[in-house]
Structure formats: C-alpha cells, structure tokens
Design a binder for this molecule. Structure first.
Ligand code: FCB
Length: 435
C-alpha cells in the first residue's frame, strides 16, 4: 500500500518529473538541432535508431498533461527547459521557445502545481557540441547565459530552479562509457567534461544570484549504490572507486569538499590545467540539493587500465531494464548525504521510478512506489530534512539510448496515437494523496 499523504510531514511535496527532450518533440516550435539528434541518427546508438523528434508530443498536448498531474492530486511538477529550443544555434534566442515555457509555467500555477525547473536535462545545441561541448571551457559561459535567459523569463514564477540534471550522466556516461550523447569513450574528454560541467553549474549559480535570483537554487545529482560483487579486497576497492566517481565527485565539488582521492587517482592527469583555481567558483552556496535514486550495482576488479571495475549482475529482483530494486539504498543515501556532505541543506527526492513492460495494470510499480516512499520516511525518521518525492516519470517516454522500449510512466502512452491512459499506479497515488 502506498503510504498516505497524512503519514508525511506537513508541506512534504508529491510530484512527477519529466524532461524536455524525452517528451516535447523537437520538431515543434523552432527547436534547433541538438547532440541527441545526431547521436540518435548514428546507427547502433539508440534502440531501433529512435530519437526525440516526436517525443510524446507534449509540445502540443501540454495542457491535458498538466491536467493529469492536477487530477492525480500532485503538488508539484518537475520539468526541464530545452537548451536547443531556447537557443537553437547556441547563441540566438528563439522567442517561441521562451513563450512555450512561459505558458507552461502559467499552466502549472493555474492548476495549483508548483513548478520545479531544471535548466538542463541533456539536449545541448549542436552548434556548441561541434565546438567541443563539455570538453571546451567555453561551454561554461554559454551555459550560464542559457540559465540566465530562461530565468529572466520564468524565474519569478518557479518554486525552485536547478542548474543541471545528473552531471554524472552528462560527463561519465556520455564521455567515458559512450552510452549517451556525444557517445565518446575517452578518458581525457571525460576528465574535462567532469570538471567543466561542475564549473558551469557554479558559474550559472553565481550569475543567477548576481541577477537577483531568489534563494531557491539547487542542483540535481544521481546516486547509485556501488557494492563489492564478492568479499575480496579487490572487489571492495573496485566498488570504492566506482562510488567515488559516481556518488562523491559531484556532491563533494558542489559542497566545497574537493574531488575524491579514489577518483583523482585516475582522473587528475586528464583534468584541464588550472582546475584547482575553479574549485571555489564550483562550490557556490546552494539552497537545496536534488537526489535521484534508482538502483544499486555490484562491482568486481577488472584487469586493464584504471578504473579497473566491471559490473556483475546481482541477485535482487529486477526491472524491465535489469536494474536491481533496492529501496533501502534511498534511505542510506539520504542519511549519508546529510552526515558526510550536505548537513542541514534541504534534500528533495527529484527522481525515483521504475520501468516495466506494462500496459495499464501495474501492481509492480505500485509496490515500487510504496517501498521507496517508505524509504523516504525512514530517512525522515532519522532526522534528514527530506522535502519531496517526484516519481519518474509522469508519462511513458523516450528513454534516451533505450528509445521507447522501457515504460516508466504513471500514465501509459500509445505511441501510434499518443493517447494517454492513466495506469493503476496513477490511481493508487491519487488515492494516497487525497484528503
Ligand atoms: C534518470 C534520468 C531520466 C531518465 C531516468 C530513467 O537518470 O534523469 O531522464 O532517463 O533516469
């Protein structure tokens, strides 16, 4: 059973999350090309070569999509703004793009939904990607200007604003593992991206504050439990390296704790020169931190170059895309963040969710939501200031390199007709939130 609203502290926010490239449809409203379009247009990069040109046609259907949030009884909606829609060539503003987000925010407010804005959820304009994207320090100022442009238009009405979604995905997943755009597998590119993405975050926060932004600025990070695959000292060391790269690099930098030693062992030679001088700019004071949590992974030692880690399948129940389901990891991260990194900073659970190959009957998703809400309650009981739970995602949508295959939504989308049908989980949440 999904815990009822009344079992949470007053003011705890329930919501659902989406991102621009995954739902809007890039063919509408004057969006420019992004590195996701060209990545998807390259054979082998995405499931059946699928891309976000159609998304879920949210650009056309946003009003009824907002109704789905309101009718479920949600308090808030986490959305992102497309960089390529707002600045199609990376420099010139597309007024149609800003108008769209203006209408969207007003539409949320009209429905009593608090807008949770994330400026960047991965669709970099191609013109900037061509110049090296996150590898080129130039991106830092482009990014700050993008955030300022969006904030100048809608910042007065959003509840919170986050610079980035999941810098680990932007840098490591995309430049080291090659799974996301730009699809590189190069450690030097990775080192540059991991530093520049954090410098872009800090620089944008400083620029927004200088523009008079309110104290509602944050950053959204993802966390994934890294366990040793066996009892060996080698596996423990591999898991510790993975943990440093994934779970500590970004939060430590943002909180002024420097980069973690186990990650610097491999990455330091590949960081841009003079990186030390940027640490202060990166560690801008924040008003909150967003936490995305999905799964845990198991690591063993691998021969070859650093980081010498290999993922080993684990024994826990799995989702449609083989992610192990382990709700207690959410509690552990919330407690650990407060203890080791964020202190009294408010934490918002900005994403947690599950993919199953379901239609509209989804008891497994209901169980997942119940267990993860209980995990949030366990952290609250330990004194962590947790303020929200955003389910990922409102709609079945374009899941990046996995295309339209995984279904994460509370609402089923028929990709032929784009018809939306609330699943049993949507109804169950509505019941838990009522009254
Ligand atoms: C997160 C992303 C989101 C979606 C979910 C499943 O890492 O922020 O866009 O891909 O995973």
């Amino acid at each position: 059973m999904i815990p009822k609203r009344s079992s949470f502290p007053p003011g705890f926010l329930f919501g659902a999350a989406t991102s621009a490239y995954q739902i809007e449809g890039t063919q509408f409203g004057g969006t420019g090309p992004s590195h996701w379009d060209s990545f998807a247009a390259t054979p082998g990069n995405t499931f059946q070569g699928q891309d976000g040109s159609r998304g879920c046609e949210h650009y056309l259907r946003w009003e009824s999509d907002l109704d789905l949030l309101k009718d479920a009884g949600f308090d808030a909606y986490r959305f992102s703004t497309s960089w390529a829609r707002v600045l199609p060539d990376g420099r010139t503003v597309n007024p149609e793009g800003l108008d769209f987000y203006d209408r969207l925010v007003d539409g949320m407010l009209a429905r009593g939904l608090k807008p949770f804005l994330t400026f960047h959820h991965w669709d970099m304009p191609s013109a900037l990607a061509t110049r090296g994207g996150w590898q080129n320090r130039e991106i830092v100022d482009h990014f700050a200007r993008f955030c300022q442009t969006v904030y100048a238009r809608i910042g007065d009405r959003v509840e919170t604003a986050a610079t980035l979604n999941e810098p680990w995905c932007i840098s490591w997943l995309s430049h080291f593992m090659g799974f996301h755009a730009p699809g590189l597998r190069d450690i030097r590119a990775t080192g540059h991206a991991m530093h520049h993405v954090m410098l872009a975050h800090g620089t944008a926060i400083a620029a927004l504050r200088a523009d008079g932004a309110r104290d509602h600025l944050g950053l959204v990070l993802n966390f994934e439990t890294a366990h040793p695959a066996d009892d060996s000292a080698e596996a423990r060391a591999a898991a510790a390296r993975q943990d440093a790269i994934y779970n500590r690099w970004f939060v430590q930098a943002a909180m002024g704790q420097g980069y973690p030693t186990e990650a610097m062992e491999g990455l330091e030679p590949h960081l841009p020169k003079g990186w030390q001088d940027d640490l202060a700019m990166i560690a801008q004071p924040l008003d909150w931190l967003g936490v995305n949590y999905y799964t845990r992974k198991n690591y063993a030692h691998a021969p070859g170059p650093w980081p010498q880690t290999v993922e080993v399948p684990g024994p826990l129940p799995k989702t449609q895309i083989d992610w192990e389901i382990r709700p207690e990891g959410l509690t552990e991260f919330l407690v650990r963040l407060k203890r080791d990194h964020t202190g009294d900073l408010p934490l918002y659970i900005t994403e947690s969710g599950v993919a199953f190959a379901d239609e509209t009957d989804d008891p497994n998703r209901i169980a997942y939501i119940a267990a993860h809400l209980q995990a949030a309650q366990a952290a609250l009981a330990e004194g962590v200031d947790v303020r929200s739970f955003f389910y990922w995602s409102l709609l079945d949508n374009y899941e990046w390199s996995l295309g339209y295959l995984p279904r994460f939504g509370l609402v089923h989308v028929d990709y032929e007709t784009m018809e939306r049908t609330p699943k049993a989980s949507w109804h169950a949440l509505r019941e838990a939130l009522a009254g």
